[in-house]
Design a protein around this ligand. Structure first.
Ligand code: SF4
Ligand code: SF4
Length: 182
């Protein structure tokens, strides 16, 4: 396929040493925010298939070595958007009516999505286990979205997530060193 891209990616890999501990993330993100912003701008000019291939490979490598049970930053700092089908699943797991799930655990945000009213999520325990894991919302299952097709559509969201998720930070930081003008 002929590409009109003006930025290409040099192949690279990611290992455990590239992924910061969750406690250091805010500080690292602040120190590198400008370079990560420039990277996101550059990645918008990469061939979408080339971008997907590399990001998906880095995602796989990262989660082979990084255990979310040592982190849970996402569950402790942001709420997923929760759909009606998610409410049904949660109700099934909790053995209560969907309306009770809404009344007890959810609120509606400005965009009209159900969300948890406050962080951390009410279902995360002290050892970072999710008590409704098998029936968790779709957005939780898909987070942090670095294995999604057409990743170029998620670049702005990914920049936000780099402040929350150590794996996203590591992927974006790695990409910052391999995105070069063609
Ligand atoms: S439902 Fe589970 S996976 Fe989703 S935010 Fe809460 S604890 Fe995390
Ligand atoms: S998805 Fe990211 S933020 Fe959430 S627990 Fe795993 S590494 Fe942490």
């Amino acid at each position: 396929m002929k590409s009109n891209s003006s930025v290409v990616l040099i192949k690279t890999t990611l290992g455990a040493g590239d992924i910061p501990g969750p406690g250091r993330l805010k500080e690292l993100f602040a120190a590198n925010k400008s370079i990560l912003q420039k990277t996101v701008t550059a990645l918008a000019k990469v061939n979408p298939r080339e971008l997907d291939d590399l990001v998906h490979a880095l995602h796989q490598q990262a989660f082979e070595v990084y255990d979310c049970l040592n982190c849970a930053n996402c569950c402790r700092s942001i709420s997923p958007a929760i759909r009606y089908s998610d409410v049904d699943q949660m109700a099934k797991k909790l053995r209560i009516k969907p309306s009770e799930v809404v009344d007890r655990f959810l609120t509606m945000d400005a965009e009209g999505d159900f969300v948890f009213p406050a962080a951390p999520c009410p279902f995360i325990d002290n050892e970072n286990y999710c008590s409704i894991y098998s029936h968790r919302p779709k957005a939780c299952r898909e987070y942090p979205h670095t294995d999604r097709a057409r990743f170029y559509q998620l670049l702005k969201l990914t920049l936000k997530n780099a402040e929350i998720c150590p794996v996203v930070y590591a992927i974006l930081k790695k990409l910052s060193s391999v995105a070069v003008k063609s």
